[in-house]
Design a protein around this ligand. Sequence first.
Ligand code: BES
Ligand code: ZN
Ligand code: ZN
Length: 466
Amino acid sequence: MNLYIKNNAEADLEVLFVAKNSKISQKEKKFFDIQGFSFKAGESIFIQDSFRFYIGLDDFSIDSIREAGAFLIKNLKKYNIKSIKIKGFGNREKNYALMLGILLGDYEFNTYKTKNSKESLKDIYIIESSNFVDEIKKAKILASSINFVREIVNTPPNDCTPVKLADIAKNISKDYSISCDVGDIKFLKKEKMNAILAVASASPNEPRFIQLSYKPKKSKAKIVLVGKGLTYDTGGLSLKPADYMTTMKADKSGGCAVLGIMKAIAELKPNVEVCGIIGAVENAISGNAYKPDDILHTREGVSVEVKNTDAEGRLVLADCLSYAQDLKPDYIIDLATLTGACVVALGEFSSGIMGYNDKLKRDFENIALKSGELMAILPFNKHLEKLLESKNADISNISSSRYGGAITAGLFLGKFIRDEYKNSWLHLDIAGPAFIEKEWDVNPYGASGVGVRSVVDFILSINNGA
Ligand code: BES
Ligand code: ZN
Ligand code: ZN
């Protein structure tokens, strides 16, 4: 599918967005009334004689326009048309939202279907008198990165192993001017990443420590991104019940988001140094599995008593975060499908933002919301922190209470952040929106690619001196 901005174009169909307060002719109004069209999001009408396709909008806000773009493209799939034209909104942010919505709403995971349906729609023209070059460029870069993330996350665990994730990272570095280093078991041992090694110990699919690095000539700041890349999470010996295990191929969403962000950054080329680290591991079961009651000596020197092998993501991240700080960054952001508790706390549509720096958390939340990703701050407190105490080691890998699990997981990670980096670190728990069971907003069924928009916009805000 090709997306263009043009002064004028001939197309099979014209698409118009209409809200309650839109100016329309009496004839059209009457027609809408008869059809029961009530100008709401999620409604559409095809008028055959004028070849017009009307889409309802709750309002002309950026969020509504983005969502309507996705709705439009999904709905047009049932028609056998080759081209459409849409009157633009005459506004940068609104046109960007429309284009992003269209490009994200178009994605479907069909790779493993042997009978692929052919798409007829080839060309989309947005009609505008100015050309909006920057907006179309950014929308295409972001959407292709997000759809790239979706494709990897959707890839089943029998094909997408840690080694495969490392190969994908190497391919990104071949296509763009970013470097890639992949550490194997020998590297993990040398680095004393015993927590990663413990989680990986039961699986025949070896772990990989993946590092991607983008270095501009002039750099305003250095950001290190850390992604949880569990290519599958069975829960380990603290085995997940069958119903909870399905969709755990999406436990690599944080790591894949890091891959997508690096790809977008390599194309957008901001004056900000960005390093992406992914702990790629499979949490399986076997005689070699790590066990509840094991005590692990992490890279950071903190000993951890394993009380539940299903709380594996925080163990992998602990060693990754330790390494990340050695790179002396100005900001560290980790992305992880870390806890079911975060989904209980915020609902499946929002990610949790945690950390010690209130301003950083608020700034990030504002950028995320503006980018169209729902996020909310979950506050740390000392009482929850106490629940991580262990009788046998420095810390336990789970809380002694069943409440506040998203925050106690965040506080566990905080134990691995040195004092000098406490104010530079953000933890994003993306467990809710990473995998979409029932489509919503710009997200089709399956992986959403959450995190890419917020983090890229955060990096661009640093580039623009915010
Ligand atoms: N990968 C899961 C978290 C998760 C749950 C992601 C649902 C997406 C959807 C994580 O490794 C996990 O299993 N966490 C446990 C922690 C518990 C043992 C303290 C959880 O959330 O139940
Ligand atoms: Zn788990
Ligand atoms: Zn997990």
